[in-house]
Design a protein around this ligand. Structure first.
Ligand code: AHR
Length: 505
């Protein structure tokens, strides 16, 4: 089978923002407690943070991390988690039926962010919370001092403001599982007032409205359009959440998930632009995919034995080789929409549906999906090229558009003068792959990597790294003029890095 990608220096999609490579830490399961924070762990620093985990997060290079939820945030009072740790109340976390000790709150999280080389996207509670409480956390975090809450922050040990730039107006407010679930009118009104009050305190913050949480909800799309009627002038982003699964063990359909993501992003852009047209606005709303991943093995399976415990092991999905192809392909879908998709957070970062896992008191280890994220985060920053991909296609499910076996994208890092070509072979056979580099002349191949395992069910564990990204012998790829050729193994993820002559031609 043949597969080819064509690019041309003059045809670009847009800049792939660094913020496409964000993570997510929710107070759920072992994400915080025994994930990022475990004071008794041998690698814990003076603040109780696991340095082994920090190292892995730094390696993934996640410029933003969404916090503190997720569903958790809709029942959370941020004031419970500030001040002396031993005076903080333990509360029932009604989203996940756990006990929240509140040992980690915004001040601790800010310390972790600095160590992990990330910055927060802070979600305010619009389930049980109020506009006033959201305004007060902006005051606590972003005012230098001289007011009740900003002085409280100083008393609590943070002399300088946290200066949080990105804020989410609630989480999944159209889902009836959400504590404080709202109609679009209820959400539109409260989110508008909240945005107004937050921006009175700090007009420089960037806000994200809570889009419909699932394409399967009857409210999908209508919700997005209706809430944007209230929020168009207030916000910079509208959120999408998208999780993929292979519960019916249909590999061809599962591997076509990135095309479902394409569709979702385009549908939500259409909702935003419909409101733009109605309002005759010159402003364009950007998209924040602030929860995305593969998640199906642990979805909907609530284990009551974990109820009302602190940091129970919930949603600890163990990822396989097939998931690598879907996570890798989703990242390529994001790149292909880089003109409008400006922020994304893999959900989540540690232990809970996450690329990084930890053992309590023991190792931190990398799941299979760690690797496509790592390599795309490393090489997928810069100008995304508008590519034409040519390969045979298949119909993933009745009624669906055919999907090409090859999913590919190219990113031109103009500072480094490099082009990264990502190519996923979704066929069960080897693919003769080529990349036609148009008017980028005389490139040289400096790196080639693949992620492949003959068994799509293969997984990593604390003791075995069965799936990793490996450098491949550069001689296995051939570069003739501006055409690169290589063979892609069946069901494999691949990346080719080319150095261009300076100046790029
Ligand atoms: O990431 C897990 C959960 O998925 C989040 O708490 C929620 O927002 C979504 O439904």
């Amino acid at each position: 089978m043949n597969g080819k990608i064509y690019i041309n220096r003059n045809f670009t999609v847009g800049k792939a923002e660094d913020t496409l490579y964000g993570g997510f830490i929710e107070h759920i399961g072992r994400a915080v407690y025994s994930g990022i924070y475990e004071p008794s762990h041998p690698t814990a620093d003076k603040d109780g943070f696991r340095q082994d985990v920090i190292e892995l997060v730094r390696e993934l290079d996640m410029p933003v991390t969404r916090y503190p939820g997720g569903n958790f945030v809709s029942g959370f009072d941020w004031k419970d988690a500030i001040g002396p740790q031993n005076e903080r109340p333990a509360r029932p976390d009604c989203a996940w039926k756990s006990i929240e000790p509140n040992s980690v709150g915004i001040d601790e999280f800010m310390k972790w962010c600095k160590k992990a080389n990330t910055t927060p996207i802070y979600a305010v509670n619009l389930g049980t919370g109020t506009p006033k409480s959201a305004q007060e956390i902006v005051e606590y975090c972003n005012l230098p001092g001289g007011t009740y809450w900003s002085d409280k922050r100083k008393q609590n040990g943070s002399a300088t403001p946290h200066n949080i730039k990105y804020w989410c107006l609630g989480n999944e407010m159209d889902g009836d599982w959400q504590i404080g679930h709202k109609t679009p009118q209820e959400y539109g009104r409260i989110a508008h007032e909240t945005a107004k009050m937050m921006k009175i305190i700090d007009g420089s913050i960037k806000l994200c409205a809570c889009g419909s949480s699932s394409g399967t909800l009857p409210s999908f799309a209508l919700w997005d359009e209706q809430i944007m009627q209230y929020l168009y002038d207030d916000v910079d982003y509208l959120s999408i959440h998208r999780y993929f699964g292979n519960g019916d063990k249909n590999i061809a359909k599962f591997l076509a998930s990135p095309e479902e993501l394409d569709r979702r992003i385009e549908d939500v852009i259409a909702c935003c632009d419909a409101v733009k047209a109605q309002k005759k606005s010159s402003k364009t709303i950007m998209i924040s995919l602030d929860e995305w991943n593969v998640w199906y093995r642990t979805n909907g399976k609530t284990d009551e034995t974990h109820a009302w415990k602190t940091a129970p092991p919930i949603l600890e999905e163990n990822y396989d080789m097939a998931d690598v192809l879907v996570v890798g392909g989703s990242l390529l879908s994001m790149l292909d929409h880089a003109d409008r998709l400006k922020m994304a957070c893999i959900a989540q970062t540690v232990n809970v549906i996450a690329p990084i896992m930890t053992e309590k008191g023991g190792k931190a280890w990398k799941q299979s999906i760690y690797y496509p994220f790592l390599e795309t985060s490393r090489h997928g920053r810069g100008m995304v090229m508008r590519s034409v991909v040519d390969s045979p296609a298949y119909t993933p499910a009745p009624g669906r558009e055919p999907v090409k076996y090859l999913r590919a994208a190219a990113v031109w890092n103009q500072e480094k003068n490099e082009i990264a070509i990502f190519a996923i072979n979704r066929a069960a056979e080897t693919m003769d792959f080529s990349a036609e580099l148009g008017d980028f002349s005389t490139p040289s191949l400096i790196e080639a990597k693949e992620i492949h395992h003959p068994d799509l069910d293969a997984k990593n564990s604390a003791d075995a790294q069965n799936i990793t990204s490996k450098s491949i012998d550069l001689h296995l790829a051939e570069l003739k003029g501006n055409q690169l050729s290589a063979q892609l193994k069946p069901y494999s993820w691949n990346m080719f890095l080319l150095k261009l002559q300076n100046p790029a031609r």
